[in-house]
Design a protein around this ligand. Structure first.
Ligand code: FE
Length: 137
C-alpha cells in the first residue's frame, strides 16, 4: 500500500494535503513522471489546471497544446506570477525549472521551443496538477 506523505509542513499551514507517492516525488523531490503516462496528457476539456499541492490555479486549457513531448504542455501560465522559474542543473542538463509561486511545489520545466505568441513550452507533470472542468453556463 502506498504511503501517504505530507506536501506541506510549514508553520501555520492548514491541515496538510496528502498525495500519492508519485505526486510527492514530483512536487517535492523534482521527479519526472514517465512520458506519455500522465493522467492529463490527452485531456482536452475546457477548464483550469491547479497546483496539486496547494490549489493555486496555474494554467488554462486555452493555452494547453500537444507538444509531442509526452507531458502536458502549455504556452503560457494562467497569469503573471503564478509560477516561478529557476535554473536547474540536475541530470547533467541546464534547464529552467518551473515551480508553484505560492507553495514552491516542483511542476516541470520550461523550454524555448513553444508555439507563438510566447514561444515557450511549459512542460508540466500531470502528477503536479489537478484539473477542474469549467462549468457550462
Ligand atoms: Fe502550489
Amino acid at each position: 500500500m502506498a504511503s501517504k506523505k505530507k506536501l506541506h509542513a510549514g508553520p501555520g499551514a492548514s491541515p496538510p494535503p496528502v498525495a500519492d507517492d508519485l505526486e510527492y516525488r514530483v512536487t517535492r523531490e523534482k521527479a519526472t513522471e514517465t512520458p506519455f503516462s500522465g493522467k492529463l496528457l490527452y485531456n482536452k476539456a475546457a477548464g483550469t489546471y491547479a497546483c496539486v499541492a496547494c490549489g493555486n490555479p496555474l494554467f488554462s486549457s486555452q493555452t494547453k497544446y500537444d507538444s509531442g513531448s509526452g507531458w502536458p504542455s502549455f504556452w503560457l501560465p494562467l497569469a503573471e506570477g503564478k509560477v516561478k522559474t529557476s535554473a536547474d542543473s540536475g541530470h547533467n542538463m541546464l534547464r529552467i525549472e518551473v515551480s508553484c509561486a505560492d507553495c514552491g511545489a516542483h511542476l516541470g520545466h520550461v523550454f524555448d521551443d513553444g508555439p507563438r505568441p510566447s514561444g515557450k513550452r511549459f512542460c508540466i507533470n500531470s502528477a503536479a496538477l489537478n484539473f477542474a472542468p469549467r462549468e457550462e453556463s
